[in-house]
Each structure stands twice: as C-alpha cells, then as structure tokens.
Design a protein around this ligand. Structure first.
Ligand code: BES
Ligand code: ZN
Length: 660
C-alpha cells in the first residue's frame, strides 16, 4: 500500500460515512493528530480529505459540540449505523417480539456500546466478529423516570455487529394497541407507534438521541388480515402471509422509527403521493388530501429536492395523540383533520415541510426543538401561501401569533420556557414542547425574512438545507451559520441572542396582520352589541374565520347569545373538530354546557385522543368548578388515550386537585 492509501484506510477506519460526520469528532481529531505528526508533507491533501470525510458542523462553525442529556449513548465512542429489525406483533398479548441487529462503528479503545431501553425485556445479546459470533453478558443500569435505563454491551475493536433478542411491555409508552371498536370501521384491531421525543426506546433498543442517525431494514410479521406500514418503503396492499419487508436507505434518528398495523387500504393521489386509511375512511381521506402532490411540488420549488422518494400519509384512529407526526415517507395523521372541506390541510403542509426541517436537518438535542418546529411552521406557511395565496395564509399567521401570546401569558412573560433555546436538564423533553418553538421560532424567521427580503432569505434557507442535509444542528451552530451567511453579508444588525436566549416576543417582531380576520373582529363587535350575526356572512366564513370569532367571543354573555349562534350555525353539531373543540370550550367557560351539549362533550373527549384538543377542554372543566365531571369523563376516556395524552391529562387533574 502506498502512503496515501494507508492514510485513506486510517481515516475511513476511524471516520464514519459522510452521513455520520457529527458522531465522530473524537475519532476525527485523533486521526488528524496522527496524520499531522507522522506525515507532514501530506498535510494539505489530508486536510482536504479530512474536510470531505469527517469535519463536524461544530468544528467548521467553531462552536462547542452539543450535549444530549436525553440519551445514555456515547456516539463519539461507539455508534450504531444500521439496524436490521425483525419483529412479530401479537395482538392477543400486546407484545412485539423480535431481534434488533445493529451494525456498529467504534473507536479502537471502546470496550462497550451503550443503547437506551425503557420498559423492554432483553432476552439475549450476541456480538459478531469476522471469525464468528458469541453470546455476551450485558448490563442494565438504573431505570430513571422517562429516561429508561442504559443497556451496556461489551465489545472490542473487532466487533462489527450486535444482535439483541427482546420483547416489549404491553404498556410500552410508544405503542397504542387498539380494540376494533376504537377504530373507524370497528372491524379489526390496530397498532401504532409514536417515537418523538424519547419513546422509541420503549419499542426498540436503540441509541435514542436526535443527533444519532442510522439506516434500517425491517421484516414485520402481523396477523394476515392486517397490513403493516413503516417510516420506510411501503407495500400498497395486504398479502396472505402477513409478512412485510421495509427499507429506509436514508439515515434517520431513532425518534423517526415508526410502525402502524391495521386494516388499511391505499389510494394514490399523485405520482409520488398517496394516502392509507381504513377502507371506510379511504374515499373521504383521498378527497381531503387531494392537494398533496401540489404541496410537494411547491415545497421543492421553495427549498430544494425532496430526498425521501415517496411522500404518503396514513390516517390513524382518533386516539392518535397528535395532529400529525412527520415519520419519513409516511406522515401519521389524526382523522380529526378530515373536515370534508379541505380546510385543515395546513397540517399536511406542516408534516411535509418536516421532510426538510427536522428529518433532513435535525435538531441536535431536544433543547434545540425550535430548529425543527419553528422552521417547519415557517415552511408550512410558505407552502400554504404558494397554493392558496397571501390572504389565506395571513389568517394562519395571525391565529398562530395568538397561540404564541396565550402560551406566553400562561407560562409568564419571563419564563425560561419562553426562550427558543430550552433548558431541559433533568426534565422530560415533552415538557418543553410548547407553542414557543413553533410560533416564536417561525416569527423569528418571518422577521428575518422581512429584514433581508424574501429572495435573499429563501436563498439562505435553500443553502442551509443543502449544507446540513442528513445532519443534526445545535442552536449555537445555527446562530454561527446565520451570522456568517445571513446577517454579515447583508450587514444586518439583529439581536439573535435576544430572540433565542431571551423571554417573550422581542421588539421589532414582524407582527402578523389579516384583513379577513379584521373583518371578523367587526362582525364580532356587532354581535356582542346587538346580538346580530348575518347567517349568510357566517356561512361564507372559512374555518379560520370561525376560529377567530369563537376565540374572541366573550364568555360572559347572556345564554341566549350562545343559543342563537348554535341555532343558526349548528355549532354543537359541527363536523369540524377545530370548531367543535373551541365551541365546547366556550360552552364550559360560559355555563352554556349546563343545559346543552354535555353529552357531545363527553362523546368528543372519549373518542378523540388528540392532546391539543384534550388539554384546553380538561383545563376549562377544572377551572370552572367541574372537577368531578373532568374526573368522571377521564375515567371513561383514559383507555382510549395514548400514554402521552393520558399522562398529560392525569398530571393536569392531579395538580388541580392538589391546588383545590
Ligand atoms: N413533530 C410534531 C409532533 C410532536 C411534537 C410529537 C413533539 C411529539 C413531540 C408534529 O410535526 C407537529 O408539530 N404536529 C402538530 C401539527 C402542526 C400543524 C402544528 C400537532 O400535532 O398538533
Ligand atoms: Zn411539527
């Protein structure tokens, strides 16, 4: 071997593939040290090679590497790069059983590799070397609240692969096993996973930090009447064996591992897009999401090519705890966005936008969550503006701004959780995931756009996605990047630090305005003054205009005002979940509930598990002397909620009982 070949071998041995750049700072600096010492005259070419091979984001931008406090893994020493998963789903026992086999890369002195586990039973572990495989004894450390435990597996420099045989717990937090009656068609059981933020470790042993990426293949065995889908290449129809093969060739962080199993059918929407739903809901779903392909094209036009092949969406049962979840290639969505009029599809634009902000360029730790959600919220609105125009999108911006104001009011104007960069040490990352990341984050980008102009800002974002694709980025690295490539070249004096490390809404923010919602304000004043709201006017309103009206409707009017609204616009029977949710909140807060739609409230809270709707409704009950009703409904509803929603509501009720 010639000298350069040896160097390349040394580097490629110590450095991961380009996509793993960030994980191997240690190995990289070690390689560079060796090279500097021994082969001085090859230095120039080596630096180039080093830059190509494994220069980390932090080093390039001269910032400290991010430390993720929510994983036990130490990827700088030993990291998983590829997963082969083989699991079987047993709906009787509510257990997934199988094998997780990882390719690993480690520094030569690493004596073990650490994975995250929570509520898992590990049966046995084998390590592979070139000359064969061997069972090893492993250690499980102390289990901590929400973190789970470190699983330490002994390795040496010859180990290339580890096999873990394991099973999940019937109460695994990521999994929701549903009875047929909890689904739309009520004919078959259903299972879905929710990995974000740190729940994947409850269904797969893994290095569960957003800064660690791996590719995966999976084989999933399910009862033959059901179809399995993952955040990967997917089948479009059932087979009689019940065995499905999946491939995810782009490296992703563990929180984007996802699985759904149910009686599902597929309808194509465009060349690269389609929708999966239970048979009874497929037609309505295909109608609702008809613009998906257009959204994909608009997104690519804005910020560069879609790098995940297909973009499909699955409509889950109503207990899904979120509006949507951006699992790569297959967005998971709540059925509550099927309004029949395509009025709630900003959510699709949002999850699609995550294919760039979040899935391609990922927050380094959960303290940098705003880099996922703030960018996605901004991107979502740019897609919506492209498809439906500025007037429409101004309404989304203003409603979002109102959410931001009320979150700041709830948290308190100086609360550290109103900073973009969060402090989550010792806390469940879920606690920091508020509207601040979404709305203050996107407001920052909107303000920057306003200052430098759209063209310049779009070029900056396009480069950002290209530069950091398949990598993670910390807030500090983003500040350094934005300072270097946006603020300096445009000679912009902008206090990024105030936005990111300070509370509330900074001065100079580009406050949203909406002419359509201003018109609603006038109609509202008139209604409150003289009790008149023109039926033809209200019937022309979009969902967003109605939401604005209802949010601002005083809660202390005479009951006849609410009755009138209900008579004319049939709000208690609204098939639009967003409108119904606010209307029910108003009903509780105004006392209208007493004689009117208690049953509707109970039906809603026992069938829908979307946390965004549950939290304000339970809060309203608790704050308006309805603690017993809240408890009574929660008792009936709890088994229909996914653990992340159930835990939030249980906390709410507990705190208010303690205070009360
Ligand atoms: N990634 C989030 C959902 C999430 C956040 C799951 C934090 C777990 C922890 C998803 O992209 C999202 O933001 N969903 C929103 C919809 C959106 C239109 C704002 C939701 O579920 O409401
Ligand atoms: Zn999101």
């Amino acid at each position: 071997m010639k000298l350069p070949d040896i160097l390349i071998a040394v580097i490629s041995n110590l450095c991961p593939p380009a996509t793993q750049k960030g994980n191997f700072k240690f190995a990289k600096s070690k390689a560079i040290r060796i090279m500097k010492l021994s082969f001085v005259h090859y230095l120039t070419s080596l630096c180039l090679l080093g830059a190509l091979c494994c220069t980390s984001t932090e080093e390039e931008l001269d910032v400290e590497p991010a430390i993720d406090q929510h994983t036990y893994a130490d990827p700088n020493r030993a990291v998983t790069t590829h997963l082969d998963l083989e699991i079987e789903a047993n709906f009787e026992t509510r257990v997934l059983t199988g094998k997780a086999s990882y390719l690993i890369q480690a520094t030569s002195d690493a004596a073990d590799i650490i994975l995250d586990i929570n509520q898992l039973t590990i049966d046995s572990i084998f390590v592979h070397r070139e000359r064969g495989m061997e069972e090893v004894s492993f250690q499980i450390g102390e289990t901590k609240q929400f973190m789970g435990a470190p699983l330490t597996i002994p390795i040496d420099s010859l180990v290339t692969r580890i096999d873990l045989y394991y099973q999940t717990d019937p109460a695994a937090s990521a999994l929701q096993w549903l009875e047929p009656k909890q689904t739309y068609d009520k004919t078959h059981p259903f299972l879905f996973t929710q990995g974000q933020a740190i729940l994947t470790r409850t269904w797969i042993p893994c290095q569960d930090g957003p800064g660690i990426r791996f590719t995966y293949n999976a084989i999933v065995k399910v009862p033959p009447s059901l179809l399995a889908l993952m955040s990967a290449s997917n089948p479009t129809s059932r087979n009689d064996e019940g065995i499905y093969h999946f491939e995810m060739t782009q490296p992703i962080p563990a929180y984007l591992m996802a699985l759904a199993i149910g009686s599902l059918e597929f309808a194509p929407l465009g060349e690269r897009t389609g929708v999966y739903a239970e048979p009874g809901l497929l037609e309505a779903s295909a109608y609702e999401f008809a613009d998906m392909e257009k959204m994909l094209l608009a997104a690519e036009k804005l910020y560069g090519p879609y790098l995940w092949d297909r973009y499909d969406l699955i409509v889950l049962p109503p207990s899904f705890p979120f509006g949507g979840m951006e699992n790569p290639r297959l967005t998971f969505a709540t059925p509550t966005i099927i309004a029949g009029d395509r009025s709630l599809t900003a959510l699709v634009a949002h999850e699609l936008a995550h294919s760039w902000s979040g899935n391609l360029v990922t927050n380094a730790t959960w303290e940098d969550f705003w880099l996922n959600e703030g960018f996605t919220n901004y991107f979502e609105r740019r897609i919506m503006e492209d498809l439906y125009g500025k007037e429409y999108t101004d309404m989304l911006w203003l409603l979002g701004f109102q959410d931001l104001q009320s979150t700041i009011e709830d948290l308190g104007p100086d609360h550290p959780d109103t900073h973009l960069k969060l402090q989550l040490g010792g806390r469940d990352p879920d606690d920091g995931m508020t509207d601040i990341a979404y709305e203050k984050g996107s407001l920052l980008l909107r303000t920057l756009e306003e200052q430098v102009g759209r063209e310049t800002f779009d070029a900056f974002l396009m480069n950002y996605f290209e530069e950091f694709k398949f990598k993670s980025i910390s807030t500090d690295a983003w500040i350094a990047y934005a300072t270097r490539y946006l603020l300096k070249p445009n000679k912009l004096k902008f206090d990024l630090d105030r936005w990111i490390h300070g509370p509330g809404i900074p001065e100079g923010a580009a406050i949203p305005e909406s002419s359509r919602l201003r018109n609603v304000d006038q109609r509202l004043q008139e209604f409150v003054r003289i009790g008149r709201l023109d039926a033809s006017q209200g019937n022309r309103w979009s969902t967003h205009e109605w939401l604005h009206f209802l949010r601002h409707l005083p809660r202390d009017l005479h009951v006849s005002f609410y009755e009138k609204l209900d008579d004319v616009f049939d709000l208690s029977a609204s098939g639009n979940s967003e409108i119904l949710a606010v209307w029910l909140e108003i009903s509780i807060e105004s006392g209208y509930l007493e004689n009117h739609n208690k049953q509707i409230l109970e039906n809603f809270l026992t069938t829908v598990g979307r946390r965004k709707f549950l939290t304000p409704l339970y809060k309203a009950l608790l704050n308006h002397n309805q603690i017993n009703l809240a408890k009574e409904i929660f008792q009936k509803a709890r088994s229909n909620y996914h653990s992340v929603a159930a835990n939030s509501i249980a906390d709410l009720i507990e705190t208010s009982t303690e205070v009360g």
